[in-house]
Design a protein around this ligand. Structure first.
Ligand code: SAM
Length: 249
């Protein structure tokens, strides 16, 4: 890398998914020392900053719909030697959130780029998942229309656990597709992680669909699908039996 001395630092900072106590000490000090904070939603960022007793910060709105313009103003500030902190609404920026294009632009500028790691819904869900997690593929959100079918076919063919992000409006549709495309899968659902109504469920896609059919579906979801493979059937039976036993009073 070339000379980065005159450039500012771009800090990519993870923030809580729900429980504000999940903020890290380093996230707080990075936010405190930032010359400006780039955030998806300035109102949400202000709530977090107020909670952390941080005031008087310049906030730069940076979201999917103003990405190009926001990146060029952030890059200018980095060129002037200012330190910019990036946060998203929840979790880790750039993980199914704005961030990647800015990191690329800052990399081309040869600015310093540092992560301040912390919560992410995918890793939080994987950390409590009873399905094999030693090898996983992060699929994030599926495309809504074009490319959805081919993506599902591809995901069903890989030898690894698959992690999806999904909204409440499409959770039942996604579970139906998992049932159809994957061969005999088990799914683990992490809903509203760290929030008041957090919930963790494991079963077949049709059991999960049944579970959600009668209720008004709310919240945010991570869906983890078991991997295929020669051991898969045995693994699934073992895990399923364990869960069936746990369910019994
Ligand atoms: N950058 C975030 C991260 O690091 O996890 C993800 C942002 S993405 C726009 C939002 C999606 O993440 C939600 O639709 C859901 O799939 C997942 N998610 C975020 N918070 C969650 C939570 N508390 N519980 C379950 N899933 C969550």
């Amino acid at each position: 890398m070339g000379d980065t001395a005159a450039k500012g630092t771009l800090s990519i900072v993870a923030t809580p998914l729900g429980n504000l106590e999940d903020i890290t000490l380093r996230a707080i000090s990075t936010l405190k020392s930032a010359d400006a904070i780039a955030c998806e939603d300035t109102r949400r960022a202000s709530i977090l900053l107020r909670h952390l007793d941080i005031s008087g910060k310049k906030l730069i709105s940076y979201h999917a719909f103003n990405e190009k313009k926001a990146i060029s103003s952030i890059i200018k500030l980095l060129e002037e030697g200012l330190n910019i902190t990036v946060i998203s609404d929840a979790g880790t920026p750039a993980i199914s959130d704005p961030g990647y294009a800015l990191v690329r632009a800052a990399y081309e500028l040869q600015a310093n780029i540092i992560p301040v790691p912390g919560p992410s819904a995918a890793t939080a869900a994987l950390s409590v998942c009873p399905l094999p997690v030693h090898n996983f593929f992060f699929a994030g959100f599926l495309p809504h229309k074009k490319g959805r079918k081919s993506k599902l076919e591809f995901l069903a063919s890989i030898e690894s656990t698959v992690v999806f992000y999904e909204s409440p409006h499409r959770i039942v549709k996604l579970l139906g597709e998992i049932e159809n495309y994957f061969s005999g899968p088990l799914v683990f659902i992490a809903r509203e992680i760290t929030k008041l109504h957090e919930e963790y469920l494991c079963g077949t896609p049709s059991e999960m669909i049944e579970r959600f059919t009668d209720e008004k579906i709310r919240g945010e979801f991570v869906v983890i699908v078991s991997p295929p493979g020669k051991d898969a059937k045995r693994q699934r039976t073992k895990i399923k039996n364990k869960f069936d036993t746990c369910d019994k009073p």
